[in-house]
Design a protein around this ligand. Sequence first.
Ligand code: ZN
Length: 225
Amino acid sequence: MAQIYFAEENRSVPVNTIYCIGRNYAEHAGELNNPIPQSPIVFIKPATTIIHSGEFIELPRASSEVHHEVEVVALVGKPGKHIAREAALEHLAGYGIGIDVTARDVQEKAKQKSHPWAVAKGFDTFAPVSSFVKAERVGDPGNLDFQLLVNGETRQAGNTRDMLFPIAELIAYLSSIFTLLPGDLLFTGTPKGVSRLHEGDKLRAILGDNLVALEVEVRKERYGH
Ligand code: ZN
């Protein structure tokens, strides 16, 4: 079962539901020619998408255009339903950095047909995550720098202050629909700069001033095992 590990602590929690937010940064919505949403766009990844540092994003045969989307990830620590925005951050146990790996060609076809994104977002290995820092150690989750380097070059850099829907608002919104449970993850959306991954690419994602980092590589999916 997929786990989330805490940095500087010998502790892990099993991953429950993985919630993700689409188009939460205006400049990223623009680069894919998407309108800015009026309410959060929510989708879910299966827990089998989770991998950790030292593991591999596997490119599936079903796609010829797999993209990286670096995102700040929040971990729910306390259950709740209909959580007030003012109390939302108290429900979070920690923060990490992750990559919402996306089969863009599969997603474009789904969007044209108004089909869901589950396939484009849900292949095994499509949710690499770092270890997590405890929420108390993160001063203001509304002002966190983060970035992604591919083969040593910065491809994406963002700050959570540019979110269209801040983390507290996302937690309040999600909890108006779903009962949030310990072990739930929230991928909070990606800034501009998404691009295609190739076999052999080395990715390094960093949260804040090196609070935590994630290092994964890319390879083709292995079949027949
Ligand atoms: Zn995303």
